[in-house]
Design a protein around this ligand. Structure first.
Ligand code: F3S
Length: 399
Protein backbone atom coordinates (compact mmCIF):
# COMPACT_ATOMS: atom_id res chain seq x y z
CA UNK A 1 0.00 0.00 0.00
CA UNK A 2 1.29 3.45 -0.86
CA UNK A 3 1.70 5.74 2.13
CA UNK A 4 2.23 9.49 2.12
CA UNK A 5 5.23 10.91 4.00
CA UNK A 6 2.98 11.87 6.87
CA UNK A 7 1.38 8.40 7.03
CA UNK A 8 4.82 6.78 6.95
CA UNK A 9 5.89 9.02 9.82
CA UNK A 10 2.82 7.99 11.81
CA UNK A 11 3.70 4.36 11.15
CA UNK A 12 7.22 5.06 12.39
CA UNK A 13 5.87 6.42 15.68
CA UNK A 14 6.14 10.18 15.11
CA UNK A 15 2.74 10.73 16.74
CA UNK A 16 3.14 8.28 19.59
CA UNK A 17 2.11 4.76 20.54
CA UNK A 18 -1.64 4.77 19.77
CA UNK A 19 -1.21 6.25 16.29
CA UNK A 20 1.66 3.85 15.51
CA UNK A 21 -0.41 0.84 16.62
CA UNK A 22 -3.37 2.17 14.62
CA UNK A 23 -1.28 2.57 11.49
CA UNK A 24 -0.03 -1.00 11.90
CA UNK A 25 -3.65 -2.22 12.04
CA UNK A 26 -4.75 -0.13 9.03
CA UNK A 27 -1.76 -1.08 6.88
CA UNK A 28 -2.17 -4.78 7.70
CA UNK A 29 -5.88 -4.60 6.80
CA UNK A 30 -5.18 -2.65 3.63
CA UNK A 31 -2.62 -5.19 2.50
CA UNK A 32 -4.90 -8.16 3.20
CA UNK A 33 -7.73 -6.58 1.16
CA UNK A 34 -5.57 -5.08 -1.60
CA UNK A 35 -6.12 -1.40 -0.79
CA UNK A 36 -3.87 0.97 -2.74
CA UNK A 37 -3.99 3.80 -0.23
CA UNK A 38 -5.65 5.30 2.83
CA UNK A 39 -8.58 7.73 2.51
CA UNK A 40 -9.88 10.40 4.89
CA UNK A 41 -12.95 9.52 6.91
CA UNK A 42 -15.60 11.98 8.07
CA UNK A 43 -16.56 10.08 11.19
CA UNK A 44 -16.10 6.86 13.13
CA UNK A 45 -18.48 4.63 15.11
CA UNK A 46 -16.72 2.34 17.57
CA UNK A 47 -18.28 -0.97 18.65
CA UNK A 48 -16.87 -3.32 21.28
CA UNK A 49 -17.84 -1.15 24.23
CA UNK A 50 -19.43 -3.65 26.60
CA UNK A 51 -17.14 -5.04 29.29
CA UNK A 52 -19.17 -8.22 28.84
CA UNK A 53 -17.53 -8.68 25.42
CA UNK A 54 -14.19 -6.98 26.09
CA UNK A 55 -13.14 -8.64 29.33
CA UNK A 56 -9.96 -7.59 31.12
CA UNK A 57 -7.77 -8.14 28.04
CA UNK A 58 -9.88 -5.69 26.03
CA UNK A 59 -9.90 -3.19 28.86
CA UNK A 60 -6.09 -3.35 29.11
CA UNK A 61 -5.81 -2.82 25.32
CA UNK A 62 -8.05 0.26 25.48
CA UNK A 63 -6.19 1.59 28.48
CA UNK A 64 -2.85 1.29 26.67
CA UNK A 65 -4.25 3.23 23.67
CA UNK A 66 -5.84 5.89 25.89
CA UNK A 67 -2.44 6.88 27.29
CA UNK A 68 -1.61 9.00 24.24
CA UNK A 69 -4.34 8.27 21.67
CA UNK A 70 -6.72 11.11 20.79
CA UNK A 71 -9.31 10.85 18.01
CA UNK A 72 -8.88 13.06 14.95
CA UNK A 73 -12.50 12.96 13.69
CA UNK A 74 -16.01 12.87 15.17
CA UNK A 75 -16.16 9.50 16.91
CA UNK A 76 -19.23 8.01 18.59
CA UNK A 77 -19.67 4.86 20.70
CA UNK A 78 -21.90 1.82 20.37
CA UNK A 79 -23.99 0.61 23.33
CA UNK A 80 -22.16 -0.37 26.51
CA UNK A 81 -22.98 -3.28 28.82
CA UNK A 82 -25.20 -1.17 31.05
CA UNK A 83 -27.07 2.07 31.48
CA UNK A 84 -24.28 4.33 32.70
CA UNK A 85 -26.57 6.18 35.12
CA UNK A 86 -29.31 3.75 35.94
CA UNK A 87 -27.43 0.43 36.05
CA UNK A 88 -28.58 -0.60 39.52
CA UNK A 89 -32.23 -0.44 38.51
CA UNK A 90 -31.48 -2.77 35.61
CA UNK A 91 -29.98 -5.35 37.94
CA UNK A 92 -26.33 -4.94 36.94
CA UNK A 93 -23.79 -6.02 39.58
CA UNK A 94 -21.45 -3.44 41.17
CA UNK A 95 -18.43 -5.52 40.03
CA UNK A 96 -19.54 -5.34 36.39
CA UNK A 97 -20.40 -1.64 36.73
CA UNK A 98 -16.95 -0.84 38.05
CA UNK A 99 -15.27 -2.48 35.06
CA UNK A 100 -17.70 -0.92 32.57
CA UNK A 101 -16.94 2.52 34.00
CA UNK A 102 -13.22 1.90 33.44
CA UNK A 103 -13.94 1.07 29.79
CA UNK A 104 -15.93 4.29 29.37
CA UNK A 105 -13.20 6.23 31.15
CA UNK A 106 -10.65 4.99 28.59
CA UNK A 107 -12.90 6.03 25.68
CA UNK A 108 -13.48 9.43 27.32
CA UNK A 109 -9.73 10.06 27.57
CA UNK A 110 -9.44 9.31 23.85
CA UNK A 111 -11.82 12.20 23.10
CA UNK A 112 -14.71 9.99 21.95
CA UNK A 113 -18.28 11.20 22.33
CA UNK A 114 -19.79 8.86 24.93
CA UNK A 115 -22.99 8.42 22.94
CA UNK A 116 -23.42 4.67 23.62
CA UNK A 117 -25.95 4.12 20.88
CA UNK A 118 -26.23 2.04 17.73
CA UNK A 119 -28.20 4.85 16.04
CA UNK A 120 -25.48 7.50 15.89
CA UNK A 121 -27.24 9.01 12.87
CA UNK A 122 -30.10 10.04 15.20
CA UNK A 123 -27.89 11.93 17.63
CA UNK A 124 -25.62 14.02 15.42
CA UNK A 125 -23.23 11.62 13.69
CA UNK A 126 -24.96 11.95 10.33
CA UNK A 127 -22.69 11.32 7.34
CA UNK A 128 -23.46 12.82 3.95
CA UNK A 129 -24.15 11.00 0.70
CA UNK A 130 -20.87 9.64 -0.68
CA UNK A 131 -18.90 10.48 2.46
CA UNK A 132 -16.28 7.92 3.53
CA UNK A 133 -16.64 6.82 7.14
CA UNK A 134 -15.34 3.95 9.30
CA UNK A 135 -18.19 2.50 11.31
CA UNK A 136 -18.45 -0.72 13.24
CA UNK A 137 -21.94 -1.88 14.21
CA UNK A 138 -23.64 -3.87 11.55
CA UNK A 139 -27.07 -2.18 11.65
CA UNK A 140 -25.58 1.31 11.60
CA UNK A 141 -23.15 0.34 8.83
CA UNK A 142 -26.03 -0.97 6.71
CA UNK A 143 -28.16 2.10 7.41
CA UNK A 144 -25.27 4.45 6.58
CA UNK A 145 -24.39 2.65 3.33
CA UNK A 146 -27.96 2.16 2.15
CA UNK A 147 -30.23 4.87 3.53
CA UNK A 148 -27.68 7.68 3.78
CA UNK A 149 -25.51 6.65 0.85
CA UNK A 150 -22.30 7.04 2.87
CA UNK A 151 -19.44 4.55 2.36
CA UNK A 152 -18.12 2.22 4.99
CA UNK A 153 -16.95 -1.32 5.41
CA UNK A 154 -18.19 -3.27 8.39
CA UNK A 155 -15.29 -2.41 10.67
CA UNK A 156 -14.30 -4.33 13.74
CA UNK A 157 -13.87 -2.42 17.01
CA UNK A 158 -10.04 -2.17 16.76
CA UNK A 159 -9.99 -1.10 13.09
CA UNK A 160 -12.64 1.58 13.74
CA UNK A 161 -10.65 2.88 16.67
CA UNK A 162 -7.50 2.87 14.54
CA UNK A 163 -9.33 4.93 11.89
CA UNK A 164 -10.37 7.40 14.59
CA UNK A 165 -6.76 7.94 15.76
CA UNK A 166 -5.45 8.31 12.21
CA UNK A 167 -8.50 9.96 10.61
CA UNK A 168 -8.21 7.55 7.68
CA UNK A 169 -9.14 4.04 6.59
CA UNK A 170 -7.79 1.73 3.85
CA UNK A 171 -9.65 2.24 0.56
CA UNK A 172 -11.15 -1.14 -0.33
CA UNK A 173 -14.49 -2.96 -0.26
CA UNK A 174 -17.56 -0.76 0.01
CA UNK A 175 -15.49 2.44 -0.37
CA UNK A 176 -15.12 1.61 -4.07
CA UNK A 177 -17.84 2.02 -6.73
CA UNK A 178 -17.18 -1.40 -8.25
CA UNK A 179 -17.96 -3.15 -4.96
CA UNK A 180 -21.24 -1.31 -4.45
CA UNK A 181 -23.04 -2.78 -7.45
CA UNK A 182 -26.18 -4.75 -6.51
CA UNK A 183 -26.02 -8.41 -7.50
CA UNK A 184 -29.45 -9.76 -6.71
CA UNK A 185 -32.92 -8.35 -7.47
CA UNK A 186 -35.43 -8.86 -4.68
CA UNK A 187 -39.02 -8.37 -5.82
CA UNK A 188 -41.27 -7.90 -2.77
CA UNK A 189 -44.80 -9.09 -3.56
CA UNK A 190 -46.39 -8.57 -0.19
CA UNK A 191 -47.50 -5.72 2.05
CA UNK A 192 -45.60 -4.89 5.23
CA UNK A 193 -47.95 -3.61 7.88
CA UNK A 194 -46.03 -3.42 11.16
CA UNK A 195 -42.50 -2.68 12.32
CA UNK A 196 -41.58 -6.31 12.94
CA UNK A 197 -42.55 -7.16 9.34
CA UNK A 198 -39.44 -5.19 8.30
CA UNK A 199 -37.31 -7.39 10.54
CA UNK A 200 -38.99 -10.43 8.99
CA UNK A 201 -38.29 -9.02 5.52
CA UNK A 202 -34.61 -8.61 6.46
CA UNK A 203 -34.56 -12.22 7.63
CA UNK A 204 -36.14 -13.44 4.39
CA UNK A 205 -33.82 -11.38 2.17
CA UNK A 206 -30.75 -12.25 4.23
CA UNK A 207 -31.43 -15.95 3.76
CA UNK A 208 -32.03 -15.61 0.01
CA UNK A 209 -29.30 -13.06 -0.73
CA UNK A 210 -26.56 -14.55 1.36
CA UNK A 211 -23.45 -12.41 1.00
CA UNK A 212 -24.97 -10.42 -1.87
CA UNK A 213 -26.07 -6.81 -2.32
CA UNK A 214 -29.85 -6.71 -2.74
CA UNK A 215 -31.70 -4.40 -5.09
CA UNK A 216 -35.20 -4.32 -3.64
CA UNK A 217 -38.30 -3.43 -5.64
CA UNK A 218 -42.02 -3.52 -4.90
CA UNK A 219 -41.96 -1.37 -1.77
CA UNK A 220 -43.87 1.89 -2.11
CA UNK A 221 -43.36 3.41 1.33
CA UNK A 222 -40.89 3.10 4.19
CA UNK A 223 -40.18 5.33 7.18
CA UNK A 224 -37.03 5.77 9.22
CA UNK A 225 -37.94 3.15 11.84
CA UNK A 226 -38.76 0.63 9.15
CA UNK A 227 -35.44 1.15 7.37
CA UNK A 228 -33.50 1.02 10.65
CA UNK A 229 -35.18 -2.30 11.47
CA UNK A 230 -34.52 -3.70 7.99
CA UNK A 231 -30.88 -2.57 8.16
CA UNK A 232 -30.42 -4.50 11.39
CA UNK A 233 -31.99 -7.78 10.33
CA UNK A 234 -30.81 -7.96 6.72
CA UNK A 235 -27.16 -8.05 7.69
CA UNK A 236 -27.73 -10.21 10.78
CA UNK A 237 -29.31 -12.91 8.65
CA UNK A 238 -26.82 -12.97 5.83
CA UNK A 239 -26.77 -10.16 3.25
CA UNK A 240 -23.95 -7.65 2.74
CA UNK A 241 -24.27 -4.37 4.71
CA UNK A 242 -25.66 -2.47 1.72
CA UNK A 243 -29.00 -2.57 -0.07
CA UNK A 244 -30.83 -0.44 -2.61
CA UNK A 245 -34.57 0.13 -2.50
CA UNK A 246 -36.07 1.45 -5.71
CA UNK A 247 -37.82 4.78 -5.22
CA UNK A 248 -36.70 5.04 -1.60
CA UNK A 249 -32.95 4.90 -0.98
CA UNK A 250 -30.48 7.26 -2.68
CA UNK A 251 -28.42 5.77 -5.45
CA UNK A 252 -30.99 3.11 -6.39
CA UNK A 253 -31.92 4.94 -9.61
CA UNK A 254 -28.32 5.03 -10.80
CA UNK A 255 -27.82 1.27 -10.40
CA UNK A 256 -28.95 -1.34 -12.92
CA UNK A 257 -31.46 -3.87 -11.69
CA UNK A 258 -29.62 -7.22 -11.47
CA UNK A 259 -30.80 -10.09 -13.66
CA UNK A 260 -30.88 -12.71 -10.92
CA UNK A 261 -34.29 -12.24 -9.31
CA UNK A 262 -35.94 -13.80 -6.30
CA UNK A 263 -39.33 -12.89 -4.92
CA UNK A 264 -40.50 -12.34 -1.38
CA UNK A 265 -44.08 -13.49 -0.84
CA UNK A 266 -46.34 -13.34 2.20
CA UNK A 267 -45.30 -16.95 2.89
CA UNK A 268 -41.62 -15.86 3.20
CA UNK A 269 -42.57 -13.27 5.81
CA UNK A 270 -44.62 -15.88 7.67
CA UNK A 271 -41.70 -18.32 7.44
CA UNK A 272 -39.44 -15.69 9.06
CA UNK A 273 -41.86 -15.34 11.98
CA UNK A 274 -42.13 -19.13 12.27
CA UNK A 275 -38.36 -19.44 12.50
CA UNK A 276 -37.84 -16.54 14.88
CA UNK A 277 -40.76 -17.28 17.22
CA UNK A 278 -40.21 -20.13 19.67
CA UNK A 279 -42.90 -22.26 21.29
CA UNK A 280 -44.54 -21.23 24.56
CA UNK A 281 -46.48 -18.17 25.66
CA UNK A 282 -44.88 -17.10 28.94
CA UNK A 283 -42.86 -13.86 28.62
CA UNK A 284 -40.64 -12.53 31.42
CA UNK A 285 -38.68 -9.92 29.44
CA UNK A 286 -39.86 -7.38 26.89
CA UNK A 287 -37.18 -5.28 25.26
CA UNK A 288 -37.92 -2.79 22.51
CA UNK A 289 -35.34 -0.62 20.83
CA UNK A 290 -33.14 -2.75 18.59
CA UNK A 291 -31.76 -0.68 16.95
CA UNK A 292 -32.19 1.94 19.66
CA UNK A 293 -35.66 3.52 19.79
CA UNK A 294 -36.30 6.76 17.95
CA UNK A 295 -38.36 9.42 19.74
CA UNK A 296 -41.31 8.40 17.55
CA UNK A 297 -41.11 4.82 18.82
CA UNK A 298 -40.89 6.02 22.43
CA UNK A 299 -44.00 8.10 21.86
CA UNK A 300 -45.78 5.01 20.52
CA UNK A 301 -44.76 3.01 23.60
CA UNK A 302 -46.03 5.77 25.90
CA UNK A 303 -49.36 5.89 24.03
CA UNK A 304 -49.76 2.11 24.26
CA UNK A 305 -48.83 1.80 27.92
CA UNK A 306 -50.62 4.83 29.36
CA UNK A 307 -52.69 3.94 32.46
CA UNK A 308 -51.57 0.29 32.34
CA UNK A 309 -49.24 -1.71 34.61
CA UNK A 310 -46.45 -4.11 33.70
CA UNK A 311 -47.08 -7.66 35.00
CA UNK A 312 -45.21 -8.58 38.22
CA UNK A 313 -43.56 -11.46 36.38
CA UNK A 314 -42.28 -9.32 33.51
CA UNK A 315 -39.68 -6.63 32.97
CA UNK A 316 -39.96 -4.01 30.20
CA UNK A 317 -36.84 -2.28 28.87
CA UNK A 318 -36.94 0.60 26.43
CA UNK A 319 -33.48 0.64 24.87
CA UNK A 320 -32.51 3.99 23.48
CA UNK A 321 -29.87 6.68 23.40
CA UNK A 322 -29.58 9.07 26.30
CA UNK A 323 -30.29 11.90 23.86
CA UNK A 324 -33.64 10.36 22.85
CA UNK A 325 -34.43 9.72 26.52
CA UNK A 326 -33.84 13.40 27.30
CA UNK A 327 -36.37 14.32 24.60
CA UNK A 328 -38.75 11.74 26.07
CA UNK A 329 -38.30 13.30 29.53
CA UNK A 330 -39.28 16.70 28.17
CA UNK A 331 -42.29 15.35 26.28
CA UNK A 332 -43.57 13.45 29.34
CA UNK A 333 -43.18 9.99 27.75
CA UNK A 334 -40.65 8.87 30.36
CA UNK A 335 -43.05 9.59 33.22
CA UNK A 336 -45.83 7.60 31.52
CA UNK A 337 -43.61 4.59 30.80
CA UNK A 338 -42.06 4.57 34.27
CA UNK A 339 -45.46 4.98 35.97
CA UNK A 340 -46.49 1.74 34.26
CA UNK A 341 -43.38 0.01 35.63
CA UNK A 342 -41.30 0.16 32.45
CA UNK A 343 -37.58 0.92 32.61
CA UNK A 344 -35.39 2.89 30.29
CA UNK A 345 -32.20 1.11 29.27
CA UNK A 346 -30.12 3.98 27.88
CA UNK A 347 -26.56 3.36 26.66
CA UNK A 348 -27.10 -0.40 26.40
CA UNK A 349 -29.12 -3.17 24.75
CA UNK A 350 -30.30 -6.75 25.14
CA UNK A 351 -27.34 -8.09 23.14
CA UNK A 352 -24.46 -6.45 24.99
CA UNK A 353 -25.78 -6.33 28.57
CA UNK A 354 -24.80 -9.33 30.74
CA UNK A 355 -28.17 -11.09 30.58
CA UNK A 356 -27.27 -14.75 30.08
CA UNK A 357 -29.48 -16.90 32.29
CA UNK A 358 -31.41 -13.95 33.74
CA UNK A 359 -34.58 -14.19 31.65
CA UNK A 360 -36.29 -17.14 30.04
CA UNK A 361 -38.41 -15.65 27.26
CA UNK A 362 -38.13 -12.38 25.37
CA UNK A 363 -40.71 -10.43 23.39
CA UNK A 364 -39.41 -7.77 21.02
CA UNK A 365 -40.09 -5.98 17.76
CA UNK A 366 -36.62 -6.87 16.45
CA UNK A 367 -35.42 -9.81 14.37
CA UNK A 368 -31.83 -8.95 15.25
CA UNK A 369 -32.73 -8.77 18.93
CA UNK A 370 -34.13 -12.31 18.71
CA UNK A 371 -30.94 -13.59 17.08
CA UNK A 372 -28.73 -12.32 19.91
CA UNK A 373 -31.14 -13.13 22.71
CA UNK A 374 -31.13 -16.77 21.67
CA UNK A 375 -27.38 -16.66 22.26
CA UNK A 376 -28.26 -15.42 25.74
CA UNK A 377 -30.35 -18.58 26.15
CA UNK A 378 -33.75 -16.93 25.86
CA UNK A 379 -36.76 -18.13 23.91
CA UNK A 380 -37.89 -15.40 21.54
CA UNK A 381 -41.09 -13.85 20.20
CA UNK A 382 -41.16 -11.10 17.60
CA UNK A 383 -44.19 -8.92 16.95
CA UNK A 384 -45.56 -5.41 16.69
CA UNK A 385 -45.01 -2.74 19.33
CA UNK A 386 -48.61 -3.31 20.38
CA UNK A 387 -48.07 -7.05 20.84
CA UNK A 388 -44.88 -6.41 22.82
CA UNK A 389 -46.52 -3.92 25.18
CA UNK A 390 -49.44 -6.32 25.58
CA UNK A 391 -46.95 -9.05 26.53
CA UNK A 392 -45.35 -6.73 29.10
CA UNK A 393 -48.75 -6.05 30.66
CA UNK A 394 -50.05 -9.63 30.69
CA UNK A 395 -46.81 -11.62 30.94
CA UNK A 396 -48.05 -13.64 28.01
CA UNK A 397 -47.67 -13.59 24.25
CA UNK A 398 -50.81 -12.83 22.23
CA UNK A 399 -53.18 -12.97 25.15
FE1 F3S B 1 -28.32 -1.97 18.55
FE2 F3S B 1 -27.97 -3.84 20.30
FE3 F3S B 1 -29.76 -4.15 18.43
S1 F3S B 1 -26.37 -2.68 19.32
S2 F3S B 1 -28.93 -3.02 16.71
S3 F3S B 1 -29.80 -2.61 20.05
S4 F3S B 1 -28.40 -5.72 19.20
Amino acid sequence: MELTKQEQAMLNGAEGYAVRKSMEILVALGEIFGAKNLIDVGSVQVAGVSYHNLGDAGLDFLDSLAKDGRVKVLTTLNPAGMDMENWQQLGISPEFAEKQKLVIDAFTRMGILISCTCTPYLIGNLPLYGEHIAWSESSAVTFANSVLGARTNREGGPSALAAAFVGKTPCYGLHLNENRIPDIHIQVNTELSKLSDWGALGYAIGKKAENKIPYITGIKKADLDALKSLSASLVTYGAKPLFYMKGITPGAETQTQPKETVTIEASDIQNAYDNINDQGNEIDFVCVGCPHCSIKEIQEIADLIKDKKIADTTELWVATSRTAKQLADKRGYTAIIEAAGGKFACDTCMAVAPLKGRFKALATTSAKGCFYSRQNLMKTKMGSMKECIQAAVTGKWNN
